[in-house]
Design a protein. Structure first.
Length: 283
């Protein structure tokens, strides 16, 4: 049952990255985080009418709250800053495929916290993704790696840890209610960070693109909630692997729409990504 939700999340996540990159030209890292989260609050609330809620919302256990506190206070600020800075300053086709590393890192965190163990095929899938990322990062004639790509690696570590924490919290509630609470807390955190980093004036720009942002919020709500529904029913790293396939869509978009370079090294890296995702998803 988890596979259709993971595929839906992959398609939406990958397809909207081109618009995210466009928005980074007008908004700072934390104001970007705010508008993505805040505009998805109402659509997520609407999903309450279609999916179950916890029986006793006012007395949820500590198991629900402690993962959220780590996500709100630590993971969201770190991964949001590095992800949007990476997308702003790097090539879409170079930085977005690195997000395919998330299931590789998540294998470790899910084993430690959830005791999820990948199959042999899953291990080969992780190896394929890591090798593809190595090819993507290694520059011809130099051993240096560009900062946008390194920033995206930091982002992947945060997402991998956060995904494991997502599943812990979901098990004490329901996917849709957790999605709403996650988004609500993140919106509040980003408001604070916008004031601290002097990005609050950028909110004035929202009026010019209000309806496109509303549409973005709807897609964000569907994508994030679909991911949480998949987490609730499938192995975390496998769900992330399928969702990671969507970032290949974004990378290809960068190549064909934005006319970014597509070297033989990138071709081999993409092949490794796709093979790794398939092995992880169907292991």
């Amino acid at each position: 049952m988890w596979l259709p939700f993971a595929i839906l999340a992959a398609i939406i996540s990958g397809s909207r990255r081109i618009y995210d990159k466009h928005l980074t030209k007008s908004f700072g890292n934390f104001s970007m985080g705010f508008i993505v989260q805040a505009f998805s609050l109402l659509p997520t609330l609407v999903l309450f009418f279609f999916f179950p809620l916890p029986k006793d919302i006012l007395h949820l256990p500590w198991q629900f709250w402690w993962p959220l506190l780590i996500i709100w206070l630590i993971l969201y600020p770190v991964q949001t800053y590095f992800m949007y800075r990476s997308m702003r300053e790097g090539e879409l086709s170079s930085v977005t495929p690195i997000l395919a590393l998330v299931p590789a890192f998540n294998v470790i965190t899910s084993f430690l916290l959830l005791h999820e163990v990948p199959s042999i095929a899953g291990i080969f899938g992780v190896a394929g993704i890591i090798f593809g990322t190595f090819l993507l990062l290694k520059k011809k004639g130099t051993h240096m790696k560009s900062k946008p790509e390194l920033w995206m690696i930091i982002t992947t570590v945060g997402i991998a840890i956060g995904s494991t924490l997502d599943k812990i919290s979901i098990s004490a509630s329901t996917p849709v209610f957790y999605s709403f609470m996650n988004t609500l807390g993140a919106s509040i955190m980003f408001i604070i960070l916008m004031y601290v980093y002097k990005e609050k004036n950028e909110i004035k720009k929202i009026g010019n693109i209000f309806w496109p942002l509303m549409l973005l919020g709807v897609f964000q709500a569907i994508s994030f909630t679909a991911s949480m529904l998949a987490f609730a029913n499938g192995p975390t790293s496998y769900v992330l692997a399928i969702r990671g396939g969507g970032y290949v869509i974004a990378a290809l978009w960068g190549i064909f729409i934005m006319k970014e370079s597509f070297s033989s090294r990138k071709r081999i890296a993409f092949a490794c990504f796709i093979l790794g995702v398939v092995l992880l998803a169907f292991a």
